[in-house]
Structure formats: structure tokens, C-alpha cells
Ligand binder design. Structure first.
Ligand SMILES: [Cu+2]
Length: 175
């Protein structure tokens, strides 16, 4: 393919992506001091979103991770409360194991190694980056954030499964 034709193809692909679908997104994860500790990538699948997360310097052990409903991590010093509650357009109860759940922001726990590192692949069939398939839209007008809590999520109790304080946060941004 010659260069002008390649550029034209790229321009068309860019146009198509901008006007229709979001296939990928990313999040830079910060701590309560505002320091970057890791990254997450989110990829749209046929029936849900695949999340790949790597981070270092976390306290070891199980940690809840959720998709919160507002895309801001600006209030690190206040504990990331500005990211609000979970992405939950259908008003479901919290908890992957709750009969009245789950809400759309629910995810399985992370398990951080003794050296503070974690790498995880998480899948949610409840969400979509751009809202396709009637799934909860992650990149809506006010965006969304990935939030990691200090404790494990018991996947049942309200409001957040006993997960405790919010200690890490990453604004989800479409590519
Ligand atoms: Cu949470």
C-alpha cells in the first residue's frame, strides 16, 4: 500500500472510531499521594469488557476493585470520594454473590503479592465502554474510574462489601 492510500485508510479508521465505537480505554492508577502505581487497559469484547491491570507498591493481600461512576481521581487527599458510588444505572444491589445484585461496577477481588505487585485480568459482562448491547456505559458524560479499596469485597453486604477506604484510583479514558 502506498503512503497516500495508507494515510487515507488511517483517516477513515479514525473517523469511524470517533463517530461510532470505543474499542479500548486505559487508566493510570494513582495512590493517595497522587503517585502513579500502575496501569489498566480495558478492551471491549463481544459481550463485555476485559480489564488487564498491573501495579506495584500496593499493600499485600486481597483488595476490592470496582468501577465507580464518575471519572475523577482529583481528590486523592480526601480519599477519592468524588468518584462517587458504583457504576449502577439499573439501581441493583452491590455484590457479585448477592441475589439482588450485582451492580454494574462490581468486579472480583485483586490479590496483591507479598512484594506489593499485582497483575490481574478481570472480565465484566455487565458493562461496555460505549454502552453497546444495552450494557452499562463506562464512558458516559461524566466518565468512570477504577477504584481499589483497602480490604476485600465480600461480594454481598451493602454498600460496598466491607471493602473499606478507597486507596487507589484511575480515571478511565477512551483511546
Ligand atoms: Cu469501590
Amino acid at each position: 500500500m502506498n503512503l497516500p492510500r495508507l494515510l487515507a485508510t488511517c483517516a477513515l479508521l479514525t473517523l469511524a472510531t470517533a463517530s461510532h465505537a470505543t474499542e479500548r480505554a486505559g487508566a493510570s492508577i494513582i495512590d493517595r499521594q497522587g503517585q502513579t502505581v500502575g496501569t489498566a487497559t480495558l478492551v471491549e469484547g463481544p459481550q463485555g469488557v476485559m480489564i488487564h491491570l498491573t501495579a506495584k507498591g500496593l499493600p499485600p493481600g486481597p483488595k476490592a476493585i470496582h468501577i465507580h461512576s464518575v471519572g475523577t481521581c482529583d481528590d486523592a487527599d480526601k480519599g477519592f470520594v468524588a468518584s462517587k458510588g458504583h457504576l449502577n444505572p439499573d439501581g441493583r444491589k452491590h455484590g457479585l454473590m448477592n441475589p439482588e445484585g450485582p451492580d454494574a461496577g462490581d468486579l472480583p477481588n485483586l490479590f496483591v503479592h507479598a512484594d506489593g505487585s499485582v497483575e490481574a485480568e478481570l472480565y465484566t459482562p455487565l458493562t461496555s465502554l460505549d454502552g453497546r448491547g444495552g450494557r452499562a456505559k463506562i464512558l458516559d458524560e461524566d466518565g468512570a474510574a477504577l477504584v481499589i479499596h483497602e480490604n476485600r469485597d465480600d461480594h454481598a453486604t451493602q454498600p460496598i462489601g466491607g471493602a473499606g477506604a478507597r486507596v487507589f484510583c484511575g480515571v478511565i479514558k477512551g483511546d
